[in-house]
Design a protein around this ligand. Sequence first.
Ligand code: SF4
Length: 319
Amino acid sequence: MKNGSKLYYAYSDYLKKKYGEKVYKLPINLPVSCPNRTDGKKGCSFCAGCGTGFEAMSSRISVKEQLEQTKHYIAVRYHAHKFIAYFQNYTNTFLPLSEFERYVKEALEVPDIAAVSISTRPDCIRSDYLDVLKNISKSYKTDISVELGLQTVNYHTLSAMDRGHGLAEFIDAVLLIREYGFETCTHVILNLPGDELSDSVETARVISALKIDTVKVHSLYIAKNTRLCKEFTDGAISVCLKEEYIKRVIAFLENLSPDIAVERLFSRVPEKDAVFSNWGQSWWALRDELTAQMLSQGSYQGRCFHYLNGAALDKIQGA
Ligand code: SF4
């Protein structure tokens, strides 16, 4: 980055720095739903109805069993010793508090779990849930990370996608989580219909200003049988070209604080489940194109990260 070596701060490096070795996330699928899919709400227009965890096991399998099975597979394949229990599907804090607590504690009964990661929505963060997590973190001596789906800071786009929350709920959730000292990860999609390159830039800036720890960037995939799928096949919406997406990722990274680790930059969803996914290319081929372009134009994460801390005052001589 700034000092030459890497184009962006990879999440794998972040974990290695923190735990001294490679750490792998083990997905858990709970029998939970989402406030945006209940009480007659139809969910986000891109929601595939499986809560985004395409590789997850059945939620009928116990948390312990899900973890044991995936852990065994990863440990054998990658010689891994440490893991993160990742509550991935749907909105994991949209459970009665006692149930939520029981599931998290069950995960921590499995050996070699170094941390727990909870995926949820910005409008499902409340002090009593964070209090429970704080107690668990202390008694099990484990790290807690909360993953929030934001997708974009453009609240017009959030509304068009029927997200059911705006930017304010996200800011509120991040500030509250920060009071508890937990890590935060933010999920964003840089090519939602209606968004432009400037939205990618502003998303990076807001995430940086809020000092989020890690970010997961997704390219939009349009799953079959979703409202977005219908709009796409009807021609009511379109997806930007691959070249434009790569431009947006570069602009996003250049504006992102170099301290924020990047977990991914392209979606990794089975193509068979989608009517549109990664322009028909593999995510690693797209990543190679991205890195080649970044190298050729001298781009790196944080190149434009000089807009905070009263940046305009830097122009005053002797300030
Ligand atoms: S927040 Fe997630 S689970 Fe809920 S409707 Fe949106 S995509 Fe689906």
